[in-house]
Design a protein around this ligand. Structure first.
Ligand code: FEO
Length: 172
């Protein structure tokens, strides 16, 4: 049986992942409106991945005999001054999510909850990758985004992202 505090943290993380999906879909709305369909597509795929993370956490709790309870998902309320702003907000958001996952991991460590630590290993790795990708996008946008041809090329690059369900993640 899961420790009550750890179960509550994992339950709360479902909400955070669903918010991440909502936030990134909002980024996609912004880019779609700006005519940058490749950027919009990239964030649509990212939203699908965030939803998958929520599903994984939900399934882990259910498999651990925990009754999952949902809270309201917050409204994305960011407005953007330029095309770089969502990328920077995305990088900051991933750093925040990493801090949340790390806090749950630490709580599991303190409880000697090795099962949850093992479950979260995938998320720790995923956060490392997501932060690196988000930072890379910020760098590329700063380097190439102010030039029309550079922006066009970036848009083409991001349009090529393919959604892959997180089949390698924790058992569903
Ligand atoms: Fe589910 Fe982008 O962290």
């Amino acid at each position: 049986m899961l420790d009550k505090n750890i179960a509550a943290m994992l339950n709360d993380q479902i909400n955070k992942e669903l918010y991440s999906a909502y936030l990134y879909l909002d980024f996609a709305n912004y880019y779609a409106d700006e005519g940058l369909d490749g950027f919009a597509h990239w964030y649509e795929v990212q939203a699908q991945e965030e939803r998958d993370h929520a599903f994984m956490l939900r399934r882990y709790l259910i498999n651990s005999g925990v009754r999952v309870r949902f809270e309201a998902v917050a409204k994305p309320d960011k407005s953007f001054s330029d095309h770089l702003a969502p990328l920077q907000a995305g990088f900051e958001h991933e750093q925040y999510v990493t801090s949340l996952i790390t806090a749950i991991y630490h709580a599991a460590f303190e409880q000697k909850d090795y099962k949850t630590m093992q479950f979260l290993d995938w998320f720790i790795k995923e956060q490392g990758e997501e932060e690196a990708t988000a930072e890379d996008m910020v760098k590329k946008m700063k380097l190439f985004g102010s030039d029309a041809r550079g922006l066009y090329a970036l848009n083409q690059e991001l349009a090529a992202r393919v959604y892959a369900p997180s089949a390698t993640g924790p058992a569903m």
